[in-house]
Ligand binder design. Structure first.
Ligand SMILES: C[S@@+](CC[C@H](N)C(=O)[O-])C[C@H]1O[C@@H](n2cnc3c(N)ncnc32)[C@H](O)[C@@H]1O
Length: 260
């Protein structure tokens, strides 16, 4: 897919800059100042516990995977679309001595059923990676296939708000959304479309919530944007175009079972 290649090229070029200017090993924009608080929160909200098999779909340089593998007795398969990230992840995993708990692979999360056996994972996490998807239908079909029955998927990401208000505001909101998609190789999802796609699979809603953590991004996102001359708002109003959401779905155990 042409658009997926854009994301690959983007991360091959920009990963080093994320690591060196603001983000460190955790490439997530919606975060509190203390990144360990973010990861503990994600572990709790996604139900990470000892003994499970996790797929981290869009793993960055395995910052989150390494943290979870240090805290829990889990087995993690981590995938990214970027060769550069695979290379850095391998080094990070080796340095952390976690090669027996984390395996990193170059893979596209739109094609999960091509890489993994049916019902392989207890939990699939997507930490600010889903927003890069160019075809949510394929993502959720793959998730449904590779999740074990009663397994869960946890998505943490920004979703675009409904474009409303005066002509001037609608125009500005569209501009900011376009800027964000262009600058970050994103494809800001809408919650409504995402839910529609998920409803076509055997995934059942457990919760949708706004991320409860405070946004303290001065030393990460804002500093990164300053260093690289990024201004989504083009010096204008900071229209609230994004909602930081968490989605949690469970794969049904047996939807076709006869009623007794
Ligand atoms: C914003 S970064 C988040 C990285 C990581 N989850 C973290 O918290 O540090 C987005 C990640 O999604 C990955 N990604 C984007 N599109 C992908 C695709 N089609 N298949 C696999 N990974 C993808 C990127 O390679 C990158 O690792």
């Amino acid at each position: 897919m042409k658009k997926t290649k854009k994301v690959k090229d983007y991360y091959n070029k920009w990963t080093k800059k994320y690591l060196d200017s603001g983000y460190g090993n955790i490439i997530q924009a919606h975060r509190p100042a203390d990144v360990e608080k973010l990861l503990d929160y994600i572990a709790e909200k996604s139900g990470i516990k000892n003994g499970i098999k996790i797929l981290d779909a869009g793993c960055g340089v395995c910052g989150p995977a390494i943290y979870f593998a240090q805290k829990f007795d889990v087995n993690i398969t981590a995938i990214t679309i970027s060769e550069k990230q695979v290379e850095i992840s391998k080094k990070n995993i080796e340095e952390a001595g976690l090669y027996n708990k984390i395996e990193v692979k170059l893979a596209d999360f739109h094609k999960l059923s091509e890489y993994f056996e049916k019902e392989s994972f207890d939990l699939i996490i997507m930490l600010e990676s889903y927003g890069h998807s160019t075809c949510p239908t394929k993502v959720f079909e793959g998730i449904e296939f590779t999740l074990k029955k009663e397994g869960h998927v946890y998505v943490k990401d920004y979703f675009k708000k409904q474009i409303t208000g005066s002509y001037k505001r609608r125009k500005a909101m569209k501009r900011v959304i376009n800027n964000m998609n262009k600058i970050y190789a994103y494809n800001l999802p809408s919650l409504e479309n995402t839910i529609k796609r998920i409803r076509k699979t055997d995934l059942e809603l457990e919760y949708i919530t706004r991320n409860q953590l405070p946004l303290q991004n001065e030393d990460s996102v804002l500093s990164f944007e300053k260093i690289h001359g990024i201004d989504l708002f083009e010096g204008g109003f900071h229209y609230q175009i994004l909602e930081p959401l968490e989605l949690y779905f469970k794969k049904l155990s047996d939807i076709d079972a006869p009623i007794k």
